[in-house]
Design a binder for this molecule. Structure first.
Ligand SMILES: NC(=O)c1ccc[n+]([C@@H]2O[C@H](COP(=O)([O-])OP(=O)(O)OC[C@H]3O[C@@H](n4cnc5c(N)ncnc54)[C@H](O)[C@@H]3O)[C@@H](O)[C@H]2O)c1
Ligand SMILES: [Zn+2]
Length: 366
């Protein structure tokens, strides 16, 4: 399966997306042609290299100029300016210049850092992404956002830099820890809520296939998610408007992550955030009870939480949200589901409605 994200008026910045289960083999034949005279430099998640070296080496060799990638320890704590500087200096030592292309192999951490590096190295060189986690395949590699964290907050420094192509092989997911897969499923569910009813039905009808790692089912969810995200990004590359729909579940989700000092995983926080958004929509009579229940059931199937942890009161969550960048005035800006596969922006959710919803979602003390 392949398709292209087209950014209006900018053909040079469109990204081709390939989703398959034989990509490593297919790519080996065409990399040389693709790169031409340009010299590839590979940055690979260290753990991925440990597990996939045998399959990745021939691909790297096929690209020309050696078979050793620069290894990167993919930890959120390494998504920093100093890690970026280390990588940049490695690139210089490897002789990378304006004719080089950077290829990033790994999850969202590797992709965000390597993409950022590509966007500023010698004022910008092209890059390719080979995402290897579910989250990276369905979300972070698509859309061109790059970045690193600061001690003051996540992703505070970054750029928009569209990869020339994104190559996804679902076989990589076979070695992904189950917990990481589950976290990625929260973004898949979110994307289906934004996208369309057929995708949602597929998720409901094929959940057992997805759970046991059926490749056809994995290719379906990855390509459907990418198509939905590309469609949104095409309309609004730099998040001045419609791209905000991708934040469904993230307003409450980010508050929970911050309150937990990032101990709560992103997918778990987003699942609670999506349920909160659905309950708000229900309260505002924009969503039916049966639609809200279907969201809760699907999250529960994936063992994603649907209640707020008792450690955080509704007031604490609201306070944390008020300091979030999406706050507008005294009312909160929310993305609300209004059906399966349909969301709207609601710029004026009252704090009282939100508080009531969060109280109803509180886990009672044992
Ligand atoms: N740029 C964007 O638009 C965007 C969107 C969402 C999230 N993000 C960012 O993505 C990051 C999270 O990405 P992530 O969840 O992929 O995390 P990650 O890159 O840290 O990967 C998770 C873990 O899985 C390991 N791993 C990767 N591929 C593997 C494989 N195939 N088999 C076995 N292990 C594998 C990694 O080494 C790591 O330990 C966050 O920093 C977040 O800010 C960016
Ligand atoms: Zn997210």
């Amino acid at each position: 399966m392949n398709f292209t994200i087209n950014l209006p008026g900018m053909p040079a910045r469109s990204s081709e997306i390939f989703v398959g289960d034989d990509l490593l083999e297919r790519l080996s034949g065409e990399l040389k042609i693709r790169f031409g005279e340009r010299r590839p430099v590979w940055i690979c998640d260290e753990k991925m290299w440990g597990r996939w070296r045998e399959k990745l080496s021939p691909l790297i060799e096929a690209g020309g100029k050696g078979s050793e990638p620069i290894l990167f320890a993919a930890l959120e704590s390494n998504k920093t300016l100093s890690a970026l500087e280390d990588l940049a200096r490695r690139l210089v030592h490897e002789g990378a210049d304006r004719q080089s292309v950077l290829v990033a192999v790994g999850g969202g951490v590797t992709g965000d850092v390597a993409g950022f590096l590509a966007s500023i190295y010698m004022r910008g060189i092209p890059h390719y992404q080979i995402p290897t986690t579910l989250l990276a395949q369905v979300d972070s590699s698509v859309g061109g956002k790059t970045g690193v964290d600061l001690p003051e907050g996540k992703n505070l420094l970054g750029t928009f830099h569209q990869p020339e192509a994104i190559w996804m092989d679902v076989r990589f997911l076979e070695t992904l820890p189950r917990e990481e897969f589950r976290q990625g499923m929260a973004e898949v569910i979110k994307t289906a809520m934004i996208g369309h009813g057929a995708f949602w039905k597929y998720l409901e009808n094929h959940k057992e296939d997805i759970l046991r790692g059926d490749r056809e089912a994995l290719m379906q969810i990855v390509s459907q998610s990418c198509m939905v995200k590309s469609r949104v990004v095409e309309g609004d590359e730099k998040e001045s408007g419609h791209r905000r729909v991708l934040n469904l579940g993230h307003t409450v989700g980010h508050a929970l992550e911050r309150l937990s000092h990032y101990k709560m995983r992103h997918g778990d926080a987003v699942a609670i955030g999506m349920v909160a958004a659905a309950k708000l929509a229900l309260r505002l009579e924009k969503l039916s009870g049966s639609h809200a229940s279907r969201l809760v059931s699907l999250c529960e199937f994936w063992q994603l939480p649907v209640k707020c942890p008792s450690a955080f009161s509704a007031d604490a969550i609201v306070e944390a949200m008020k300091s979030d960048k999406k706050k507008m005035g005294e009312k909160l800006h929310f993305i609300l589901p209004v059906g399966i596969g349909e969301v709207v922006e609601h710029p004026e959710v009252s704090l009282n409605d939100l508080r009531q919803v969060l109280v109803s979602m509180q886990v009672s003390e044992p």
